[in-house]
Design a binder for this molecule. Structure first.
Ligand code: ADE
Ligand code: ZN
Length: 326
């Protein structure tokens, strides 16, 4: 087989996927109609055309604006089910998906509405698609730490439905240490820990250092800037910290500066995985992300296999599934 066919066929695991980032324009319009919300665009094409972005902050504007159409439990169910169907078609067998409860509670949608809708989709996907999914709750780092702590407390009745916590949204001026207490409490509650150290954010090497030493993360989302610091890089390798890299969103937002980063991380012995981040916005689901890496730096079948395996290796799988996938 050629490499592209192998990429399409290999069983995959996705670890860095914002479920709100899978909200396709067509679904935005369908949910708006269903919920009686007026949109200032005629259709999905116009909306996309008139919502350009060039960096993390400008991306987040459209991302939060569009998700206002998510209101009912059924909306969250439909959002997740659409992603699960697409992912399964690309041979994703296991996914740990991020959700941003504060993006919804901050506009009056109840925490339980979000959780019940997502959970029901997870349960149905296991039955109808044989796709296994775990939920990771992300705190929005541009809100105060107290709001994150309150959200953590609100999650405790749903503890069994959530495998871990993460940190996302606008990183500028919002370092990991801002959430030291929140993550310590999350750890004490049994959650596993990850956080975004987005590419080329101001202070990114300090943020990675804090995530490792102060927070004690189990994984890092993005984190490709470790390539600039040999000591940090060696530590990530030695501690077996997984980096969930997103080849398309990296390139899309920042130009080509980080082309080839995935391969360089792989060659250095980092447990790097390939992920799609916000596929509805960056125009590529998981197979497309692998193909992007292959286009940047040609991969052998063995390297594709290692990248796919790294994701399962650094996933937070229950023991029964570990033995099934590894
Ligand atoms: N929220 C959704 N996608 C994100 C990303 N790539 N970085 C930070 N916050 C996000
Ligand atoms: Zn992300």
């Amino acid at each position: 087989t050629d490499v592209a066919s192998f990429i399409a066929a290999v069983p995959k695991c996705e670890l860095h996927l914002h479920i709100e980032g899978t909200l396709e324009g067509e679904l935005v319009f369908e949910l708006a109609r269903r919920n009686g919300i007026d949109l200032p665009y005629a259709d999905a094409d116009q909306m996309k055309r008139e919502s350009p972005f060039h960096d993390l902050a400008s991306f987040l504007v459209g991302y939060y604006r569009n998700m206002q159409v998510l209101v009912t439990e059924r909306d969250f169910y439909d959002l997740a089910t659409a992603y699960f169907t697409r992912a399964t078609a690309q041979n994703v067998r296991y996914a740990e998906i991020f959700f941003d409860p504060q993006a919804h509670t901050s506009r009056g949608v109840e925490f339980g509405t979000v959780l019940r809708g997502l959970r029901r989709a997870v349960v149905d996907a296991r039955r109808t698609l044989d796709l296994h999914v775990s939920l990771i709750m992300c705190f929005l780092r541009d809100f105060p730490a107290e709001y994150a702590m309150a959200t953590l407390m609100e999650s405790l009745p749903y503890r069994e439905w959530i495998v871990g916590v993460g940190l996302d949204s606008d990183e500028r001026g919002n370092p990991p240490v801002k959430f030291e207490k929140v993550f310590a409490r999350a750890r004490a509650e049994g959650y596993l820990l990850t956080m975004h150290c987005d590419v080329d954010q101001p202070g990114t090497l300090d943020h990675i250092r804090q995530a490792l030493d102060v927070i004690g993360v189990d994984r890092i989302d993005h984190g490709v800037n470790v390539l600039e610091d040999p000591a940090l890089l060696a530590e990530v390798v030695q501690r077996g910290i997984g980096l969930t890299v997103c080849p398309i969103s990296n390139g899309f937002v920042r130009g080509s500066a980080w082309e080839g980063a995935t391969k360089r991380l792989l060659d250095t012995g980092v447990l790097v995985s390939v992920n799609s981040d916000d596929p509805a916005y960056f125009d590529g689901y998981l197979t497309d992300c692998f193909l992007r890496v292959h286009r940047e730096t040609p991969l052998s079948i063995a390297e594709v296999r290692t990248l796919a395996r790294n994701a399962f290796e650094t996933a937070w799988l229950p023991t029964t599934l570990r033995t099934r996938f590894l």
